[in-house]
Design a protein around this ligand. Structure first.
Ligand code: IPE
Ligand code: IPE
Ligand code: MG
Length: 250
């Protein structure tokens, strides 16, 4: 029996975010180059997407390349960019078959031209799909996103288009690259590291965090279902006390 069958269908997170970590260590433990870990991780992306779709998660955001990852050795960065271009091109047909809408967050415009083109093609080709939203975070960092939002908002204030008094949390959210997505209810990070590494800082205010020791290339559908199961065992209180939460759920 799959763990999927024991999930409460009434309490599936609408948005799951994953920090796909541990590719390099996975490869190195096998005496391979780090890049082998990245290429092997593509299968785990397919698995996570299938699992999300099967259990009814609407939005799956995957942290694929951070702003800080540019400071890795050039060979690794180049290999990652090539892998991105190849993978997006290879997967478009299947994404369409499965009605998946491919989207991105991050500073895409300043990525290499070949990557921008692959992303633009992928986004365009899947834009009318109505199933799971697969969101890749590329050249993304949460602080970049917040700084970018502040730039836009400040300019609007200078131009007299908005009154600074009207700026509240909902207003700020509209200018983040995640504006169209609900905040993730669940964040999974693989590889045993317990940090958020500049991912979705604003959106994660009340996200349930789940850390697993598995390296990303070993991540499979059952691991995703297991994470959702653990999420369902948490009590999300949003600042209230347990009795209040239970009263609402009864
Ligand atoms: C995650 O795996 C993939 C990216 C950050 C692009 P890592 O490459 O960080 O693997 P480890 O953490 O070094 O093992
Ligand atoms: C976070 O992983 C970024 C991605 C998974 C794309 P890192 O491996 O870059 O994070 P740190 O450096 O260990 O915090
Ligand atoms: Mg890492």
């Amino acid at each position: 029996m799959s763990i999927k069958d024991s999930l409460n269908k009434e309490n599936i997170p609408s948005h799951v975010a994953i920090i796909m970590d541990g590719n390099g260590r996975w490869a190195q433990e096998r005496g391979e180059h780090r890049v082998f870990g990245h290429t092997s991780g593509v299968e785990s992306v397919r698995e996570a997407l299938k699992a999300a779709t099967e259990c009814g998660v609407d939005y799956l955001t995957l942290y694929a390349f951070s702003t800080e990852n540019w400071s890795r050795p050039k060979e690794e960065v180049d290999a990652l960019m090539n892998l991105l271009v190849e993978t997006i091109a290879n997967e478009i047909a299947e994404l369409n078959e499965n009605n998946v809408k491919f989207m991105t967050i991050g500073n895409i415009g300043s990525m290499p031209e070949s990557v921008v083109k692959a992303i633009t093609d992928g986004v365009k080709s899947t834009e009318n799909n109505t199933g799971t939203k697969l969101i890749l975070a590329l050249n993304y960092s949460a602080r970049w996103d917040v700084a970018n939002a502040m730039k836009i908002i400040t300019q609007k204030a200078i131009d007299g288009e908005i009154d600074p008094e009207s700026i509240d949390q909902e207003f700020i959210k509209q200018y983040l690259s995640t504006a169209d997505f609900p905040d993730p209810e669940l964040l999974i990070r693989t590889s045993g590291e317990m940090r958020v590494s500049n991912f979705l800082l604003w959106e994660m205010a009340y996200t349930e965090l789940l850390f697993t020791e598995k390296y990303w290339p070993d991540f499979r559908k059952e691991d995703f279902f297991q994470a959702v199961l653990e999420y369902q065992q948490r009590e999300r209180r949003f600042g209230k006390v347990s009795e209040q939460v239970k009263a609402v759920n009864e």
